[in-house]
Design a protein around this ligand. Sequence first.
Ligand code: UD1
Length: 449
Amino acid sequence: MGSSTPPVPVLSPPPSRLVIVGGQRLEGEVVIGGSKNAALAILAGALLASEGETTLTNLPRIGDIRTMVEVLGHFGVAARFSQGDTAAHLDATRLTSSEAPADLVARMRASFWALGPILARCGEAKIAQPGGCNIGARPIDLHLKGLQALGAEIETGFGYVRAHAPKEGLKGASVYLDFASVGATMNIMMAASLAHGTTVIENAAQEPDVEDLGNFLNAMGARISGHGTGVLTVQGVDSLHAADYAVISDRMEAGTYGLMAGITGGNVFLKGANAAHLRPVTLKMIEAGMQVEEREDGIRCTGPDGRPIPTRITALPHPGFPTDMQQAFTAYLATADGTSVVTDQVYESRFRYLTELGKMGVVSQVDSRTAVITGAARLTGADVDASDLRAGAALVVAGLAAQGQTRISHVEHLDRGYEALVEKLQKIGAQVWREDEHGRRQTSQRKAA
Ligand code: UD1
């Protein structure tokens, strides 16, 4: 089954730059795609189904999803896409390998989310240590601590993590996470769903993506409660089956477009955005001068009449302000009428993008986990580099408001998290396009939804 399926090709677009001519007021509607982080975890969760074909819908059309499906293919999962790549059909009935090679895992940290499910399904797993965005140390100790509590023997070395379950299988346990890690919560929850007995994860991550994974696992026959809260209980079951499931919408994509509307004094409806998931961000938008209208089918974001109002932001685990929105929000505050203070309590070095924003006239000072941003009346276009996904988002937000032309290199980082970025932006009135390494304008490959 798995071996007869042709591998799913990974999108590797040629190197290109994003060019933005700032100063256009954004107006209209953007359809928000599926959540990247929820989808990646749910794809890993699909490994747990020993029976049937899982169909996942509302997947975002981004390279990371292809990479994750390729990772699943290495384990023997038969996969195909449909509905313009927003749906995937996955058959994990017979796994043929318990290893994930370094070249794949290095491309994307979430490949490591396969450790828990593969260990639970196969009794052993060998997964390369993860890579991911360049935003400081990202250890995996909590993932390993949780799996060890379930009885796994773990060895690390030569760039790999090897995990073995005891002969009698994994056993439910009490796990306390020193930090509410999203990935560790997910990995432990997936492994525990096939363990004997009950697992309780305390100080579990409460992100909507964790909750969505829990809902998906329950649809597969798992018995999980408390997902989306700080105490999560998993009653292990003997086996899980395939399920059909629609992934939640991406709150980071929604928040980013909301801030793009804000910084250009525009008015954009984020169709399909989940108001409850985005509230830690929208409440701050309101504080910083924007108008936000929550509706059942989405959120309308309107920019302030004048400049944004300066504010304080502290990125924390959910329901705190999300660290993945810190960068785009900081770009918005860069044009505020006064000084803002932004602190990141999740990652220790997530302000490197400020060097690039500095080229556009953003005045900032960083001390450890805190940045002080002095609002400028005018930003100017410049040649800048997207060092990671969310850094890239900050540059786009700033570029949309800057005078003149901004050229962002390493746009492939943005493509990891924002589907059809150029097309969606053009649809709401931005002057934006891609150019190749020779400065030639590229035509759109994708349609905005
Ligand atoms: C996930 C998201 C990422 C987001 C992050 C925090 C995915 C694919 N990625 O990443 O976009 O920025 O949540 O919301 O879902 N930590 C440890 N030990 C561990 C694990 C984590 O100390 O074993 C620390 C990290 O160094 C970091 C903090 O915990 O400082 C948060 O990391 P974590 O929540 O695990 O992030 P990810 O799950 O990797």
